[in-house]
Design a protein. Structure first.
Length: 116
């Protein structure tokens, strides 16, 4: 038993792995986007007979939007960052007290005087 050595290892549940420099399965979104963009380019240029420039303009956003989403909102970010960012964008403060959004009205005594 004296010859057994205990070493720390990187457990499989600690890391989701890396592929093409992206954590976990994030590369799948980019890979699928590239394949779909290439397919759209081929359909536009060969089947629909669009000029090369028009086919590229139509296919480029299909590739760039998912790549930007992965690189800006998922790569090297904590879990749930993209969802929290979109929620903050849509919901702002939500149901919480937002002092900056409150209407500021000066105190008047008119209401108190009308009671008496």
């Amino acid at each position: 038993m004296a010859e057994l050595r205990i070493t720390d290892t990187n457990s499989a549940n600690d890391s989701k792995g890396r592929a093409f420099g992206l954590e976990g399965n994030d590369f799948v979104y980019v890979l699928v986007a590239v394949v779909v963009a290439m397919g759209l380019y081929i359909v536009c240029s060969l089947v629909l007979r669009l000029p090369v420039g028009a086919a590229v303009v139509l296919a480029l956003p299909v590739c760039l939007v998912p790549a930007a989403w992965v690189l800006l909102l998922r790569h090297n970010k904590p879990a749930g960052y993209a969802e929290d960012w979109f929620e903050q964008l849509v919901n702002r403060e939500g149901w919480s007290f937002a002092p900056r959004a409150q209407i500021h009205r000066p105190c008047t005594r008119r209401h108190e005087q009308s009671r008496t």
